[in-house]
Design a binder for this molecule. Sequence first.
Ligand code: NAD
Length: 502
Amino acid sequence: MLVSDLFAQLGLQQTNPGACSIRWIETSGPVIDSLTPDTGSVLGSVRQATRGDYERVVAESSHVFPRWQMTPAPKRGEIIRQIGEELRAAKSWLGALVTMEMGKILAEGEGEVQEMIDIADFAVGLSRQLYGKTMHSERPGHRMYEHWHPLGPVGVITAFNFPVAVWAWNALVAAVCGNTVIWKPSPQTPLTALAVQHLVNRVMTRHGFDGVFSLVIGSNEEIGEAMIHDRRLPLLSFTGSTEVGRHVAQGVAARLGKSLLELGGNNGLIVMDDADLELALRATVFGAIGTAGQRCTSTRRLFLQQGIAAEFIENLRRIYGQIRIGNPMEPETLMGPLASEAAVARMLNALDEIRAQGGTVLRGGNHLGGAFAEPTLVLAPPGLPAVQKELFAPVLFVTEFETLAQVLAWHNDVPQGLSSAIFTRNLTTAEIFLSHVGSDCGIANVNLGTSGAEIGGAFGGEKDTGGGREAGSDSWQAYMRRQTTTINWSGALPLAQGIHFL
Ligand code: NAD
């Protein structure tokens, strides 16, 4: 696939303006290059937005908001449906751009666009289901109910590893709820963001709703910080590392805004000795190596029950030796590059530290040139300090355990709490894992791996993962404000709690 064809299909130029609201803005900030991690070559460039450009975007987004929120939700849903159609038509082009710019393999690049399509479909259904509850009033002749209202312009800051899907989770649900959306993507993946904005513009211009979805590509210092402290953004949804997320949360809380946090994971997969080991093996390999170990839900810690551990590790070593590593655009490739050479350097430094702490590299651990590294297995004794951190690389810590109680304690003994999994054929073991004394994560799976969530469920995690929930179930409520309403049709004025006054 030629880059020139791809750019033409997605409306991109070699150098692009980095902001769009009601129209594309002639931005005047410094130019950043988008590098493909595969070869390190420049794919295209973006002239970043300045603080002045940001001000214009927020003003336009705020201006469009009253008209958008007055549009009935099912009509908003119909417009989102048409965005879903644009995404369907663009799936292979946009998926290829995700692969070129982020480095995940083509099947995963297209899978990410499919996730956008799925959430668009979900948002369409949601547009007729923004339900509130009705309560029985304690006062005669009164009716009480909850009404959900939009918030206003919602800020969305996204991470490099899911450059388009995370925008869709937030933006399409937020918009169906009646909000306008301002997106700051990762500076590592600006072209995919521009391409999405072009696709969305095709639909929104047709309906006279330019400005509902806006884009601002700019530095963390100038644009990111502005969003954190901007009282015009009642909600800031942030996806990224725990370190930056903590900073974002504190800044937004200081202005009493709402933040929705989707931060780092450190996900464990437990294999009991009664498990279907073939299933467990496949799930482990996909979880640890998929997206080169750069998913928030990547499997980072593998717990093997004594008795099956030795053979399981041998099988893992064998499969790790067969993983086809290379150009992510080639259909037979199973693992592409990491985000950059710097990401590989961080992985190698971490491995040195792990060895110094008493971990043993069982397989892998080598730089393969450029942004490529071998997927790596590490035998981790219980309590290895390095296991506490999210290492955003294809490194899997393997630990043996004896009992369920022991492994649950080890499993939960990390700061993060995103995704978790157990493989077992024992119903009681599965139920304990899923109970309040089991996994402490936002996602807990039985006989499937930690990564690859469906959009229908609420996605997110506890502890240092930030507590946010996005995508399906009732996650839409985060993008709305709840109003409790009481209507008195009794002709009298009884007070609650039986109080008599006047
Ligand atoms: P990152 O924290 O470095 O950056 C995330 C975003 O924050 C980027 O857009 C970045 O430009 C922005 N940012 C950085 N400093 C900022 C500041 N001062 N103010 C405002 N914005 C700022 O993360 P990353 O390397 O892009 O992504 C990897 C991380 O994201 C991992 O920790 C991963 O687990 C996490 N992640 C979590 C989820 C989830 O749903 N829980 C999903 C994807 C990624």
